[in-house]
Design a protein around this ligand. Sequence first.
Ligand SMILES: Nc1ncnc2c1ncn2[C@@H]1O[C@H](COP(=O)(O)OP(=O)(O)OP(=O)(O)O)[C@@H](O)[C@H]1O
Ligand SMILES: [Mg+2]
Length: 369
Amino acid sequence: MSDTTPRLEIRNITRRFGGRAVVDDVSLAVMPGQVTCLLGPSGCGKSTTLRIIAGVDMQDEGTIFVDGALVCDTIFRVPPEGRSIGLMFQDFALFPHLSVADNVAFGLKGPKAARRARVEELLARVEMLRFIDDYPHELSGGEQQRVALARALAPRPGIMLMDEPFSGLDNRLRDDIRDQTLSVLKEEGAAVLLVTHEPEEAMRMADEIALMRGGRIVQQGAPYNIYNAPVDKAAAGFFSDINVIRGRVHGFLTDTPFGQFMTPAVPEDTEVEIIIRPQHLKIEFDRNGVGPAPTPENGAAARAVVDRARFMGSESLLEFRMEYDGSMLKATVPGVFLPKPGTPMWLMIRRERCFVFPATGSTQSRPAG
Ligand SMILES: Nc1ncnc2c1ncn2[C@@H]1O[C@H](COP(=O)(O)OP(=O)(O)OP(=O)(O)O)[C@@H](O)[C@H]1O
Ligand SMILES: [Mg+2]
């Protein structure tokens, strides 16, 4: 095993139910100490993938390797308990009749003193040492979650599989528990595969995101890359609200409210969708019907009228009706900015932040659950 051997690798995993491939030719590798998030809408096959890796379900095709050694193909199969895998699922039930100490010690072998030391070490790490003699019903949801994490990590699994482990917690608590969990996981050096349908959670936790849709991984990479170079409209729209500006290509150019766009890679007469996130629109005041001059990076300004403005906490969300064609565009600006409906303004778009996709073919919106 070399430094470049993934801790966990799955190759070409397919799982069918009633003839339908709910996991369809999925391949992934996770290095020790790395967190990979399997991110996608409800029903796309995330939990099924995790169950196959854990060994509680079996693939119809494909292979699974741990530290370069085969643990499962369609004939040979290491049982779940032989895979050095820690599990943490949404309904992580602690054993109600066991104390916190005994819950965490549950999967541990070896001399009593060593087991106790490991239990104390992990409870200290999740800041739960003072609850060591308590029972689960005496703990809050977040505290139980931390004990469950300690329990899953106690036997030093090489791989941690986590399926929406934070979804039962309220928002503020969730952020804290996520951050704490992440630092404990990093210290333990396990390879982590975390399932979530929340992009914010994936961005916060992941070294790498595998974006899944309809049983397939449609894009894989660092959060920054997936966010800034989505493969299609649905991938862009999974991470934030998006604006879609439609147009048709003539001579490598597309007319938009913001002037002509270069669309060189798209064939003549194709309908295209230009995608821009709301935070990448620029807003300027109207000065007696005059707007800002065109710039190479932003193109031309387009006149629009405020339709609605809402304060969202750290930013304001504005909806505009475009004078050009009556279409609606959304823009966000930091802080409080709440112009009255009907106020004329000028919009510009940061062109290097736009994504252009052909409107047909693989750009349908994401499938429903
Ligand atoms: N044992 C089964 N028999 C038949 N169909 C199944 C079985 N398990 C899962 N499926 C189907 O496979 C698809 C994927 O399910 P899966 O649980 O993997 O989705 P998911 O991505 O985890 O969704 P969610 O975010 O809602 O948890 C679903 O359409 C589901 O109905
Ligand atoms: Mg699931």
